[in-house]
Design a protein around this ligand. Sequence first.
Ligand code: AMP
Ligand code: MG
Length: 493
Amino acid sequence: MTSDPLTFPDLPVEHRYQTLPPAFYSQVSPTPLTGARLVTFNQSLAAEMGVPAPSTDADREAWAALGAGERLLEGMRPIAMKYTGHQFGVYNPDLGDGRGLLLWETLGPDGRRWDWHLKGAGTTPYSRFGDGRAVLRSTIREYLCSEAMHYLGIPTTRALFMVSAEDPVRRESIETAAALMRVARSHIRFGHVEFAAHHEGPEAVATLIDHVIALHFPDLADLPDDERRRRWLEAVVTRTARLIADWQAVGFCHGVMNSDNMSILGDTFDYGPYAFLDDFDAGHICNHTDQGGRYAYNRQPQVGFDNCQYLARALLPVMDEDDVRRGLRRYETAYNERFLENLRGKLGLAAPEENDLSLIMETYSLLHEHRVDHTRFFRGLSTLDSRGPDPVRDLFVDRSVADAWLERYQQRLARETRSVEAREAAMCAVNPKYILRNYLAQQVIQEAQNGNYQPLEALLAVLKRPFDEQPENERYAALPPDWGKHLNISCSS
Ligand code: AMP
Ligand code: MG
């Protein structure tokens, strides 16, 4: 008899979420997929989590069976979480995990907590009209982007592994089913608090936020009620504001910033029709069902605040109104501080000046008016001295426009005291050379749909080192080809 490759006797397992009142979840078993194959496994993440990666075919089959929902590991107790939330500004009381299950929580060797959430595991009591499935296309997109964000240094959920299966799934066309083992510090969303407040009552809100504080804000846990809650809200609002300032800095458009997609810990959460900007368009809308542009790139900072307001409103049953208001006020300050810090970093300005904000705004106007590639522009600036101005100038149809801006920029740089080498190194460490352009994702998806996962692995390897020069991978830093410029990304996933 061979032993089960998926027994981890030393892995600490918990089910802390299930200590919440029963209204917060339903016990649900996965509905198995057929013919599942393990197609990608995140070895370095597994190591961080203290989980042995598969090394034999038998291991891979065992992981595939877990991903397919055919089997559970000893100790897993799957549940679907209940939450609600505001979708495109409208409150929806019927939400919850409609296709994902929380299997267990584990603790890594460094004590970090990991929720294991199997996305695409079949229907749950919260599926509404959905089939409980995830398709290969969107599963790859989530896998790629969560890893890309992590290596850009932006807080995010992660991807442990994915399986593809044979089951057909109906979307706009028939697609292949897949499932993702998404892992995160927590899967609790703003929408959990909204659910508690609007359906369960003050005690449920208090229990929920104390749960979050106990697990994720231990420094606050022993404070008196009022102070604990006030400081916790301030922390959540601050993290959310900083997260969105970080998105703006890399040109990330989330696409579906509903309050059920906002992590209570300020992690980037739920990757759907997202996009990284190619040529800069401040009003870029990446979700083709978002006709009004509610979640356009330049509206994200405001939407982050709106979501904090939904959260704040849900806290009123257990918090003093003035404390809630004070918490919300943190948003603007935290956003502005982080934004300025990020943009000074991107422009290589180490010695702050009063006028930096106007230079920043002028820069954005320039990028927008001339539809300049966001990533290549800032990367080009990062090597202005060592490589000369051409990488920047070449992004402009009219080089004289670039020259005029560069002249003003050089005057500002002249007042910097850092060495050129130090400035370039610092700028290259914040201005990525490689980002997950939509067309790159599209290419690896097409290959994967034909059964070839090598391009996906190759792209993941590039995205692990977004700030490094990778001469052998130069093509991944190229401008998008014409066909890849304005891909219409469907919200259906
Ligand atoms: P999303 O737009 O992916 O954040 O999903 C919004 C809500 O719809 C969440 O509650 C999901 O669990 C649910 N949902 C999305 N797709 C499906 C599906 N195929 N089957 C069941 N529920 C789904
Ligand atoms: Mg969601």
